[in-house]
Design a protein around this ligand. Structure first.
Ligand code: NAG
Ligand code: NAG
Ligand code: NAG
Ligand code: NAG
Ligand code: NAG
Length: 598
C-alpha cells in the first residue's frame, strides 16, 4: 500500500513539474555530426551545447529529412514531407510552393493550449503567398527571413536561374522589411530571442522557436561569413575554410549560452524545455558546401545516408533525467511530443510519435520501430529504417555516397588547441546551471559520456567496395551494428529486403508528387523595392502544371510478388492471385495497382 502511495505522489510531482513548460526550440542549419564537441571531436568546440548534452539527453538516433524544407515541414506538421509535396530539394526564393494551408502547424496547437508563440530566424516552408507566412500559421510574432538562406551582413537573398538573377532583402520584423541593421545575423537573432524572453509575460507559457541561419552558407556576397570576433577562437584549425565555418558554429554556441542566461534571468529556466537540433547533415562538398562534416557517417546533406539524415539533437529540462537517449526519434515526433509536454493531445492523423513519456520516465519500451527516412521521387530514391535495418533504393549516382570530412580534421599545432575541459568548465551555460539550479558538471562523468557518444572510433581505415544502389539492387544495413553503412546485407537477407521494399513501395504510392523547382519570374523583388515579399494572391493559379508520379525506382522482383502472396491475409491472397491471372506479366510494371486492389 505504502509503495502505491509513493508511486502516486511521485506521479503527481512529475506531472506538476512539467505542466505547461516553456519551450525553447533552437534549430541550426546544415550543422554536421562532427561539428559539435560532445560527439568526440576536439576541433570545433561547442561548450554551451555540450553542457546541455551532458546535463540532458543527447539524441543518439535522431533522424531528419535530407534538406531544410522537408525537415522543417515535417517538424511543423508532424507528417512526412512526401505527404505534403515538400519533399526533396528545398524551396527556391522565387518558387511558388509551401506547406499546404490546410495543414495545422505546431504553433497552432501550442497557441490553442495558451502559449505565446514566437518565431525568430528562418522560416523556409513557403512565402510566395500570404497564406504560407508564419503569422498566418500560428506564430504571434516573427522576426527573421522567409527563404532558405540570406547574406549574414546584407540579409539579401539571391536567386539565380537560367532566365534571370533576382536579389532583394529577406529580413523582416513581422512583415516590415528591416532596413536599419548592419550587424552579423547570428547576433541580431540572438538579441531578438533574448528580448522576447525578457519581455515575456510569465503568466502564460512561452514557445520560442529560434531558427538560426548558421552555419549555412550566406551566399549572397561570399559563402562563409562568420562574425569577425569569432575568428580568433579558431586560429588553430588548419583548413582555412573550415576555420571560417568554425566561426559560424562558435557564435551559434555562444548564442545558446546567451539564451540560457536570459531564461535564468527571467527566472523561468527551471521550467523550460530547451531543445537543440540541426535540420539535416552538413554539405561537406557539393551544393551549399560549408565545410561542415558528418564524419564518420557516410554521405552529405541531400543524401539519404546517415551523414545526411542522422542529425545533432539535444533535449534538456531541469527535471528530465540526464542520459543518452537511444530510442529512434524522427523530426515528425516533435509535434506530438511537445503538444503532450504542453498538456494537449493530437487527434489528427500524423506520422509523428509522442515520445514525451519516454523522455521523462526513461521507459524502456521504444515508442517507434520505423522511420521513413526520405522519399525523393524527382531524384528517384527512397530510404527507410525499420528496427535495426535500413534500406536505401534508387539512383544515387548523382549524390555523394562516400565518407567526407577526414581532411578537414587537422589542426595547425596540437599545442595551440584549447584544452577541452577548461573550455567546458568555463561555458556560460555551465555557470548559469550552477548558479541558478545548483547543477554542477562532473567533468570526469562528462568525459565518460563523451567517449560513449564518440562514433569516430568505429571508423577503421578505408572502406572499399561500399554499396551504391542501382536500378537493379539497393543496399541494406543493420544500422545498430553498422552505423557507418559498410556491410551490405542485401544478398544475404532476401526476406528483409522484400518486406522493406514493399513498405517503401506503399509509402511511394501515397506520396504527393511535386514539380521540379521552377522560378516564377513574377517573384522578382525589384518590382517590390528589392524586398522578397509574397508575389501571388492566395487563390491565384500556379505556373507549374500538375506533377505526375514517377514509378518506384526498383523493379518488382518475382520474389516480392511471392512474398506478398504468401502473407496470406485471408482474401488478399485470392485477390492477388486473380489479379495476376488477369494481368499476367503486366503486374511487374504496375505495382501501384497492387496497393489499390478493391
Ligand atoms: C490570404 O490568406 C491569409 C491566411 O489565410 C489571410 O490572412 C489573408 O487575408 C489572405 N489574403 C487575401 C488578400 O485575401
Ligand atoms: C501578464 O498577463 C496577466 C494575465 O493576462 C495580466 O493580468 C498582467 O497584467 C500581465 N502583466 C504584464 C506586466 O503585462
Ligand atoms: C573519439 O574517437 C577518436 C577515434 O578513436 C579519437 O581519435 C578521439 O580522440 C576520440 N575523442 C575523444 C574525446 O576521446
Ligand atoms: C543487428 O546487429 C545487432 C548488433 O550486432 C544485433 O544485436 C542484432 O541482433 C542485429 N539485428 C538483427 C535483426 O539481426
Ligand atoms: C481571388 O479572390 C479575390 C477576392 O479575394 C477575387 O476578386 C478574385 O477573383 C479571385 N481570383 C481567382 C483566380 O479566383
Amino acid at each position: 500500500m505504502l509503495f502505491w502511495n509513493c508511486f502516486f505522489i511521485l506521479f503527481i510531482v512529475a506531472k506538476a513539474q512539467f505542466l505547461k513548460s516553456n519551450i525553447v526550440f533552437i534549430v541550426a542549419d546544415d550543422l554536421g555530426w562532427d561539428d559539435v564537441s560532445f560527439h568526440g571531436s576536439d576541433q570545433i568546440l561547442t561548450p554551451n551545447l555540450d553542457t546541455m548534452a551532458y546535463q540532458g539527453c543527447p539524441l543518439q538516433q535522431y533522424y531528419t529529412d535530407v534538406e531544410g524544407t522537408p525537415s522543417r515541414s515535417a517538424l511543423f506538421t508532424g507528417k512526412y514531407a512526401m505527404r505534403l509535396g515538400t519533399q526533396g530539394v528545398s524551396i527556391k526564393p522565387s518558387e511558388d510552393r509551401g506547406i499546404p494551408p490546410t495543414e495545422r502547424l505546431l504553433p497552432d496547437y501550442l497557441k490553442e493550449l495558451g502559449y505565446a508563440t514566437h518565431l525568430i530566424g528562418k522560416w523556409g516552408v513557403g512565402k510566395s503567398r500570404a497564406h504560407y507566412l508564419p503569422s498566418n500559421r500560428g506564430f504571434d510574432t516573427f522576426y527573421g527571413f522567409l527563404g532558405d538562406a540570406v547574406d549574414y551582413f546584407t540579409y539579401n537573398a539571391i536567386d539565380k536561374s537560367d532566365k534571370a538573377t533576382f536579389y532583394g532583402l529577406d529580413l523582416f520584423d513581422d512583415m516590415d522589411p528591416v532596413e536599419d541593421e548592419s550587424r552579423h545575423l547570428t547576433n541580431i537573432l540572438t538579441e531578438k530571442a533574448v528580448q522576447v524572453i525578457r519581455e515575456h509575460n510569465t503568466s502564460t507559457p512561452l514557445y520560442l522557436h529560434i531558427s538560426h541561419a548558421a552555419p549555412h552558407i550566406g551566399g549572397a556576397l561570399t559563402d562563409l561569413q562568420p562574425p569577425l570576433d569569432s575568428l580568433k577562437d579558431n586560429e588553430y584549425i588548419a583548413h582555412p575554410l573550415r576555420r571560417l565555418y568554425a566561426g559560424l558554429v562558435t557564435s551559434l554556441d555562444k548564442s545558446i549560452g546567451n539564451i540560457i542566461a536570459a531564461l535564468a534571468e527571467r527566472e523561468i529556466l527551471q521550467n523550460t524545455l530547451v531543445i537543440f537540433v540541426s535540420d539535416n547533415g552538413a554539405p561537406t562538398i557539393g551544393r551549399s558546401q560549408n565545410y561542415g562534416s558528418n564524419f564518420p557517417f557516410r554521405g552529405t546533406k541531400s543524401t539519404p545516408w546517415e551523414g545526411g539524415v542522422r542529425s545533432v539533437g539535444v533535449v534538456w529540462h531541469a527535471s528530465i533525467p540526464a542520459r543518452r537517449y537511444n530510442n529512434l526519434f524522427h523530426v515528425t515526433d516533435w509535434l506530438p511530443t511537445l503538444v503532450s509536454a504542453a498538456g494537449g493531445t493530437v487527434t489528427n492523423k500524423i506520422d509523428g510519435v509522442n515520445q514525451w513519456k519516454n523522455l521523462i520516465n526513461d521507459d524502456a519500451t521504444p515508442p517507434r520501430q520505423e522511420v521513413l527516412i526520405s522519399i525523393d521521387e524527382l531524384r528517384g530514391w527512397a530510404a527507410l529504417r525499420e528496427g535495426d535495418f535500413k534500406i536505401v533504393v534508387g539512383d544515387l549516382s548523382q549524390t555523394f555516397n562516400r565518407y567526407y570530412g577526414m581532411d578537414l580534421k587537422q589542426v595547425k599545432h596540437a599545442r595551440m588547441t584549447p584544452f577541452y575541459e577548461d573550455v567546458l568548465i568555463d561555458s556560460e551555460t555551465g555557470h548559469v546551471f550552477k548558479e541558478t539550479l545548483n547543477l554542477i558538471l562532473d567533468v570526469d562523468l562528462a568525459e565518460i559520456k563523451r567517449s560513449d557518444l564518440n562514433l569516430t572510433q568505429l571508423y577503421q581505415g578505408v572502406h572499399r567496395d561500399i554499396c551504391i544502389p542501382s536500378k537493379a539492387k539497393g543496399c541494406l544495413y543493420n544500422i545498430t551494428a553498422d552505423p557507418l553503412e559498410t556491410q551490405d546485407l542485401w544478398d544475404d537477407s532476401p526476406d528483409i529486403v522484400r518486406r522493406l521494399s514493399l513498405r517503401l513501395r506503399s509509402f511511394w504510392s501515397d506520396l504527393k508528387p511535386r514539380s521540379p523547382p521552377l522560378s516564377d519570374l513574377r517573384a522578382d523583388p525589384s518590382a517590390r523595392g528589392f524586398v522578397w515579399l509574397p508575389w501571388l494572391e492566395n487563390n491565384s493559379s500556379s505556373v507549374t502544371s500538375t506533377p505526375s508520379r514517377p514509378s518506384f525506382p526498383l523493379k518488382v522482383t518475382s520474389g516480392e510478388v511471392k512474398y506478398l502472396i504468401n502473407i496470406n491475409i485471408n482474401d488478399l491472397r485470392t485477390k492477388v492471385n486473380s489479379y495476376i491471372n488477369r494481368m499476367g506479366g503486366a503486374i511487374i510494371d504496375s505495382v501501384e495497382s497492387l496497393f489499390s486492389l478493391s
